[in-house]
Design a binder for this molecule. Structure first.
Ligand SMILES: [Cu+2]
Length: 61
């Protein structure tokens, strides 16, 4: 998530990182994808779990 993710100058740069946070409506398995066209198809996505007790973690598969 970037202030201007489609800008090559303002998007998160290679080797850099940004943090996001949100509140999930319900426990379960979620998928976070890059919304730049074709990026999710080449692997810019990740699954993660949100547990009922509020902890979260990545899904390895
Ligand atoms: Cu991407």
């Amino acid at each position: 998530m970037s202030a201007s993710a489609t800008s090559m100058q303002e998007a998160t740069q290679p080797g850099a990182s940004e943090s996001i946070s949100f509140t999930a409506d319900a426990a379960g398995e979620y998928t976070l994808i890059c919304y730049i066209p074709a990026h999710a198809a080449i692997g810019m996505w990740i699954n993660f779990n949100v547990s009922a007790d509020g902890s979260a973690g990545f899904v390895s598969s």
